[in-house]
Design a protein around this ligand. Structure first.
Ligand SMILES: Cc1cc2nc3c(=O)[nH]c(=O)nc-3n(C[C@H](O)[C@H](O)[C@H](O)COP(=O)(O)OP(=O)(O)OC[C@H]3O[C@@H](n4cnc5c(N)ncnc54)[C@H](O)[C@@H]3O)c2cc1C
Length: 371
């Protein structure tokens, strides 16, 4: 039962965005900048964004050497180049809009650990550097000369450096987006789970009473990523859960900095404030089990990441983990996000894969253009 005031002032907007992840907030912000007179609300089911955007590892990446080679096996060269360009330009865009200090952006480079499994990729490095030359104007990848000071396990035969990758503080990025929404007068409703969309009506479950509240918008942007099938079951979206673990502070200073990839990008690690190890991934160990929307921890993956820590990252050191969490990504047959209009007044911007930090803002730009 709504009051006169609620009915009069809270329910109607020019644009309603569903989902307050990177894409939802980027869409709302860019729509407002394009149409300053418009009224905009974001409806988010969580207490704060609760999908992938606050759960990720903060890698500002666009593809390691082996990931790009893998992509080339599946996609035409122009498509791979276009993807890399989009990701890199996306990273430059958020750095320009929010500033490196706000994002705690660190330009320390990306590194890929090469074992005997991936060693043949080194033969392709020059070819990939040539391919990427028009985008970067310089070689992107180089082989590190001395790898002993990293202290990695004996299986690591080489390390490939990517000089254009970096890292950011995921929490600060989301807060920067949130602050920008507030500055622009965009209303962010949290605890607002959308259960149905009927034309311009958006039905939201009120968490206290379980009543259904009807919002209304001239335009609707659906930015619910892995959870978009609820509204459009026909979309090619498969959820993919990701596990992240953070250690207690290490006794010895961590002898490296940067964003590290292992096993074709399925495992990633970096150091975080206070000399802690952040390590995540391993989804490829149990693709089927991780194809889920539930935020649980798969003990198989936990054990695997603990083992990699002991054998590869910090061989023979004692590492205790004090935090772990999972987030849900969205994948499909293609690595491209789905950004399309589904009707006159509804657009979707979903399926961001594992590089939404890089492409989320740009996905918002494209969705605004469509709307
Ligand atoms: C563990 C992990 C590590 C990652 N690491 C990296 C990384 O290092 N670098 C990188 O670039 N990318 C990384 N990613 C991927 C990146 O985080 C995502 O691609 C990106 O956050 C997707 O943003 P989004 O806004 O599309 O989706 P989301 O962040 O999932 O946002 C969707 C929002 O919609 C809300 N929602 C869903 N259904 C409803 C509903 N019915 N009503 C209202 N709200 C709803 C959800 O609560 C959520 O807040 C990682 C992801 C995970 C899970």
């Amino acid at each position: 039962m709504l009051s006169y005031w609620e009915k009069t002032h809270f329910l109607k907007y020019d644009l309603i965005v569903i989902g307050a992840g990177i894409v939802g907030m980027s869409t709302a912000i860019q729509y407002k900048l394009k149409f300053p007179q418009s009224s905009i609300a974001i409806l988010e089911r969580g207490v704060f964004p609760f999908g992938a955007s606050t759960k990720n590892a903060g890698f500002a990446c666009f593809g390691s050497l082996t990931e790009i080679l893998d992509d080339l096996n599946m996609m035409p060269e122009e498509e791979v180049l276009a993807l890399v360009e989009k990701r890199y330009q996306g990273l430059l865009a958020i750095r320009k809009v929010f500033g490196d200090e706000t994002l705690s952006y660190q330009d320390k480079g990306g590194f890929e650990l090469i074992t005997s499994q991936e060693v043949s990729a080194l033969d392709q490095m020059n070819r990939i550097n040539k391919l990427l030359m028009p985008l970067f104007g310089k070689d992107v990848f180089s082989v590190e000369k001395n790898i002993h000071h990293y202290g990695f396990g004996k299986d690591v035969l080489h390390i490939v450096r990517n000089k254009f990758e970096g890292e950011l503080d995921t929490g600060k990025y989301i807060l920067a987006l949130w602050d920008k929404c507030q500055q622009l007068g965009i209303r962010l409703h949290t605890g607002a789970e959308v259960i149905r969309i009927d034309g311009q009506q958006i039905h939201v479950k009120e968490p206290l009473t379980n009543d259904v509240i009807q919002f209304e918008a001239l335009k609707i942007a659906i930015c619910t990523n892995a959870f978009a099938k609820r509204f459009f079951p026909e979309l090619d979206i498969t959820p993919g859960r990701g596990l992240v673990m953070v250690s207690t502070p290490m006794q010895n200073k961590i002898p490296w900095e940067g964003a590290f990839h292992y096993d074709k990008g399925y495992v990633y690690f970096r150091n975080v404030v206070g000399d802690r190890l952040l390590i995540g991934g391993g989804r490829n160990l149990d693709f089927e089990g991780e194809r889920t929307e539930t935020f649980e921890v798969n003990s198989l993956l936990r054990t695997y990441l603990e083992k990699l820590t002991r054998t590869i990252v910090f061989p023979d050191q004692k590492v205790d983990f004090e935090m772990e969490w999972t987030g849900i990504m969205a994948f499909g047959e293609s690595k491209k996000p789905i950004i399309q209009r589904v009707s006159e007044n509804i657009g979707v911007g979903v399926r961001l894969g594992g590089m939404g930090v890089a492409i989320g803002w740009q996905a918002g730009t494209e969705l605004v253009d469509l709307l």
